[in-house]
Design a binder for this molecule. Sequence first.
Ligand code: C5P
Length: 398
Amino acid sequence: MLAGKNILLIIGGGIAAYKVLELIRLLGKSGAKVVPVMTHAAEEFVTPLSVSALAGQPVRSALFNLEDEAEMGHIQLTRDADLVVVAPATADLMAKMAQGLANDMASTLLIARNKPVLLAPAMNVAMWENPATKRNVDTLRGDGCHFVGPDEGDMACGEFGFGRMAEPAEILAAIDAHFAVGPLKGKRVLVTSGPTHEPIDPVRYIANRSSGLQGAEIARALVGLGAEVVFVTGPATAARPIGAEVIEVETALEMAAAVEAAGALDAAIFAAAVADWRVASASESKLKKVAGKGLPELELVENPDILATVSQRKNGRPALVVGFAAETNDVLENATAKRKRKGCDWILANDVGGDRGVMGGPDNQVVLISENGAETWPWMSKRQVAEALAIKISEALT
Ligand code: C5P
């Protein structure tokens, strides 16, 4: 699939560097040429010998190397590449990139590159969540860098959370998606998915039954058609779509901010079951049941309507905005009115009432409502609904 593609692979210094050996093997199997560059720190985790043996290429690491420079100026490495991949993208490497530093081979190549870059971050969860790293990630996103991962899970340091590097197969899928020549190649599409959790206190929250499966399947189908997909998900149980840029959020406010930060989009699909209300001021400590004191009073305030906000943008509205309408009665009437009220182009209406098991289940039955009227689709798996929708989207955008 990647035959003839030249991947400049920059290996940062983190324990996840060991997984890069497998990535090199997978890339080689897919026919790609891998030109490896290691930071000095990376050489503390895996040996240049292993890397060059698997890549079938010498490892570049020193910025001032007479032999390399005589053979091929280091800048040339990025000119020859089709894609630059940074794995693991450490906090330090990303900070250097965000600042434009160029004090070793890896950072110099990154600032000198004229090719797209895909970053696979890996670091301790506290490093990933540090405001400085967050700022750097936002800067890099704004600069057009692509991300795969990090994933949530156990870490080498014994802690748990976000910061684990995406698995090699996942990075390979993101690289494949980058080169995919589907009808949506070059289109950037956002998908929101899952429920939101609105805190009541540190241990309780308001939520709903959304599994996030329909949204994840839509993202997956869009990636399959070659789109660059930004997937903003609440705390859903469904697996995250491989090949999409995944942004995890918890609350509706966080989801709204992530959608705003996503930048220019060709289409936006709002499949998330966003909580309509949040507790006005969540308690910082656990609410206690005190005998004789009665029930706690929860003041609710309305969450921003993300779909309506994007649909009604004066500037930078995506060419196609799609919403969902989960209804329990008068599905068609309610959804038709909702399309008008929100200002989106299409609404996918589904009946989540009774014992149909749509919410949280594997199947769905939707009615697509557009300015041309309503189109009823048969009962299908959520994957089939997603694939049919992705084809419709590609027809609308191309
Ligand atoms: O108004 P209602 O919640 O029924 O609208 C559902 C549609 O609006 C879905 O596409 C959902 O993702 C979106 N929505 C949103 N922000 C909200 C509420 C709903 O984007 N606060």
